[in-house]
Design a binder for this molecule. Structure first.
Ligand code: URA
Length: 434
């Protein structure tokens, strides 16, 4: 078998066999196939797509590129959540301790910033000392002790996704339904979860721009997940505007803490609680997701999720007291403000433009080897529907360096749309696919 023939077959729109995928992707993970051939293949997949059988085969090949985490010995239920990627989307950080406080075990294997979207691992690593590359035994021990643990793909666990994820990020091959499906589900099957709640985003800040495309992705995830023996519920949610009031690595850790203290912004809380309710349902803690949401609201008000969040920081190498101490001040000295250019209402804050500007600020990466900044990002003071007068503060901005700030500022200004009338309220949750 030759990699070039497999690339040509995909380029011609043929369905690849499990053996071909094993040769190419298994070989890539083993270091036998070079990046340039896999990126050519990924581009062929981007244009030609994959059948459901092929997508499931790719997911299995990626899963089998490493070992699986064996959670036997820990009392379940095991339920995780994953998002297809958005801007300001920090719900995983809030949901994991909420679910854990109900007695659900959350083995969370996440990713880094991808394209213009943020990554849970980068956010967590903005906490000084926090480790996201946990050996399997430590991952299990922390789940047993705290109810949840957060880790990334390693050279032992889904190494194929670790490599492919980074390669897609810099080869314009992120927005592909089969590649997203295999990436997410190989991680989820490897971490050992049984139940999975997916936040499938659509809109300018998502990889799927239209809700119909988002729905296709949700269907692919739910069906492929079922083929792997997972119980999956997907929510199709709106990502036309950043979620919450903060975009940035440590900024989002801070906002997650705000949510756990009952001070979270309404849009972020709405999406978080809808997802949390479904985790409670899949974990057998509620008869349906509506009751699940009520159960989650109650546990949140009791304060235990906040305690678990802080405990997890300690378990994974950070210092919770230090996080509380630097909260509100851990910002880059390179900063600026964005002020309203018109009178009226802000009618939209374009998540795609904000996401791209944040990459310039240092929140995400332009090249695989780029380091992200913990202290860069944007804080919003007016989201859509706010009444503004020209000159009002709309955003505070922090950048890793002055060059990035200068590149981002025009994009940030351009992301804001104005209207003379109050814009209609967005419906954040479009539908459930299960
Ligand atoms: N999240 C992932 O883990 N992989 C993707 O491809 C997109 C979002």
């Amino acid at each position: 078998m030759r990699a070039v023939d497999i690339i040509m077959n995909k380029r011609a729109g043929k369905e690849l066999t499990r053996q071909e995928l094993e040769f190419l992707i298994g070989g890539y993970a083993a270091g036998n196939i070079p990046d340039y051939q896999v990126s050519a293949w990924a581009m062929a997949v981007f244009f030609m797509g994959m059948t459901p059988i092929e997508t499931a085969a790719l997911t299995r090949v990626m899963l089998e590129s490493g070992s699986k985490i064996d959670l036997s010995g820990i009392q379940g239920p095991f339920v995780d959540k994953h998002s297809t990627g958005g801007v300001g989307d920090k719900t995983s950080l809030i949901l994991a301790p909420i679910a854990a406080s109900l007695g659900i075990r959350v083995p969370m294997m996440s990713g880094r910033a991808l394209g213009h979207t943020g990554g849970t691992l980068d956010k967590l690593e903005s906490i000084p000392g926090y480790r996201t590359s946990l050996p399997a035994d430590e991952f299990k021990n922390i789940i047993a002790a705290d109810g949840f643990a957060m880790t990334g793909q390693t050279k032992d666990i889904v190494p194929a996704d670790r490599l492919l994820y980074a390669l897609r990020d810099v080869s314009a091959t992120v927005e592909s339904i089969p590649l997203i499906t295999a990436s997410i589900l190989s991680k989820k099957a490897a971490e050992g979860t049984k139940g999975l709640v997916l936040d499938v985003k659509f809109g300018s800040g998502a990889f799927m721009k239209e809700s119909a495309e988002g729905k296709k992705l949700a269907r692919s995830l739910v069906d492929t997940g079922a083929a792997l023996g997972l119980s999956v519920i997907a929510l199709l949610t709106d990502m036309n505007e950043p979620l919450g009031n903060m975009v940035g690595n440590f900024l989002e850790v801070e906002e997650s803490l705000d949510c756990l203290e009952g001070k979270g912004p309404a849009d972020l809380m709405e999406v978080t609680l809808e997802l949390a309710g479904r985790m409670a349902f899949l974990g057998g803690k509620a008869k349906d997701s509506a009751e699940g949401r009520r159960v989650c609201e109650k546990t949140l008000a009791g304060g235990q999720p906040r305690e678990l969040f802080l405990r997890n920081i300690k378990s994974q190498g950070g210092n919770p007291d230090e996080v509380l101490r630097i909260r509100g001040n851990y910002r880059s000295p390179v900063s600026a403000e964005v002020r309203a250019g018109s009178n009226g209402y802000t009618s939209g804050i374009d998540a795609w433009k904000i996401g791209h500007a944040c990459v310039q600020l240092g929140v995400g990466r332009n090249r695989t080897e780029d380091k992200v900044s913990p202290v860069a990002g944007v804080q919003f003071f007016a989201k859509s529907g706010a009444k503004v007068t020209a000159g009002d503060l709309l955003m505070k901005v922090w950048a890793a360096d002055r060059e990035g700030l200068q590149a981002a500022l025009p994009q940030l200004n351009d992301a804001v749309a104005y209207s003379q009338t109050m814009p209609a309220k967005r419906n954040l949750i479009l539908e459930e696919i299960s």
